[in-house]
Ligand binder design. Structure first.
Ligand code: MF3
Ligand code: CO
Ligand code: CO
Length: 325
């Protein structure tokens, strides 16, 4: 996810930004968190606490590494519109990412630690000849991101065992053939309550809706315009501080793909353009907070968040999902 600046909200009596034609106070004011403070249901579970993080896993000498593997600092800007040759390499990376996500997801069960899931995914990425993109990316300490319950994204795998009733997102990015392939999914752990299952279902639908409006000649802002009303119809929020991103030789290019309605997202899609769509959907308010570790993004209200992500290609007449097996 790429971090974006906050934008100003409308006044109480202005028209709502979502295009409903209603005044802001009658529409999104409350769910934006801009209204008076109303009592909210307490989260049913105790707040998540950070566990112990094991040392970074080793990458064998024979595996090629991206520029930041040693320094932590990615360089280069990366082209967003791909040549046929670049696309061929990106396809391989994306297919590998999808495979690792499936294998990680199959290992999710009550009692497994997120650190153990990190090990399983790390080993599979190495076996495929790829480098786990998160490892030392801007100093990130592990090979995948694991984000349970109120964690929005960028959770660091640690010693906490998954509990019955948790939801957990696994976000996998692999660097293979000089290209990053990026995808994620949210998994149910044991018996999840109806509200949690609904949140996960709507998050998946939000990704599908975002992909469905991808076509050349349209601005990338169409994606958030398709996603946000669908989340809002279920009373859910859409995270604004993190968005999708251009991807390829660079993990995150300067191209940003907001998942909420954002009139600034004017870049027009064209065939060959590749980016991720990865909406983070919240049970309550969309506001985020950051743990002291500098990575773990959580909901400010402590309620749950779910996310699905694909890397997609703009084709002559729509979108192709690249992160499939
Ligand atoms: N995979 C995440 C994304 O979807 C980015 C993780 S960056 C890391 O953009 F450093 F936290 F790994
Ligand atoms: Co991404
Ligand atoms: Co990702």
């Amino acid at each position: 996810m790429t971090e974006v600046a906050k934008e100003p909200r409308p006044g109480r009596n202005d028209l709502c930004w979502c295009g409903s034609g209603q005044k802001y106070k009658k529409c999104h004011l409350e769910s934006d968190g801009a209204g008076r403070t109303v009592p909210r249901p307490r989260p049913r579970r105790p707040a998540l606490v950070p566990g112990r993080v094991t040392p970074a896993r080793a990458v064998p000498a024979g595996i090629p590494r991206p520029d930041y593997a040693l320094t932590g600092q990615p360089g280069g800007t990366g082209r967003d519109v791909k040549t046929a040759g670049e696309l061929e390499r990106l396809r391989r990376a994306c297919q590998a990412a999808a495979r690792v996500l499936r294998i990680g997801g199959e290992a999710v069960r009550v009692g497994i630690t997120t650190d153990a899931l990190d090990a399983i995914c790390h080993d599979e990425m190495i076996r495929l000849g790829g480098y786990p993109s998160p490892l030392n990316y801007r100093g990130f300490p592990k090979s995948i991101c694991t984000s349970p319950n109120e964690v929005i994204c960028h959770g660091i795998p640690d010693s906490r065992p998954l509990a019955d009733g948790d939801i957990v997102n696994l976000d996998i990015t692999i660097w293979l053939d000089g290209m990053h392939g990026d995808c994620s999914a949210t998994f149910l752990v044991g018996e999840v309550d109806e509200a949690g299952r609904r949140l996960v279902r709507v998050a998946r639908e939000c990704l599908e809706r975002g992909i469905s409006v991808v076509r050349p000649g349209r601005p990338v802002g169409d994606i958030g315009r398709a996603i946000e009303p669908h989340a809002a119809a279920s009373g859910f929020g859409v995270v604004r501080s993190y968005c999708g991103h251009g991807i390829g030789e660079t993990f995150h290019t300067s191209l940003q793909i907001p998942h909420h309605v954002d009139p600034r997202a004017r870049r027009v899609m064209e065939p060959g353009l590749t980016f991720t769509i990865e909406p983070m959907i919240t049970e309550g308010r969309w506001d985020d907070a950051l743990w002291d570790d500098g990575w773990t993004a959580v909901t400010a209200d402590g309620r749950r968040s779910a996310q699905f992500e694909h890397t997609v290609l703009v084709t002559a007449d729509g979108a192709e999902i690249l992160t499939t097996e």
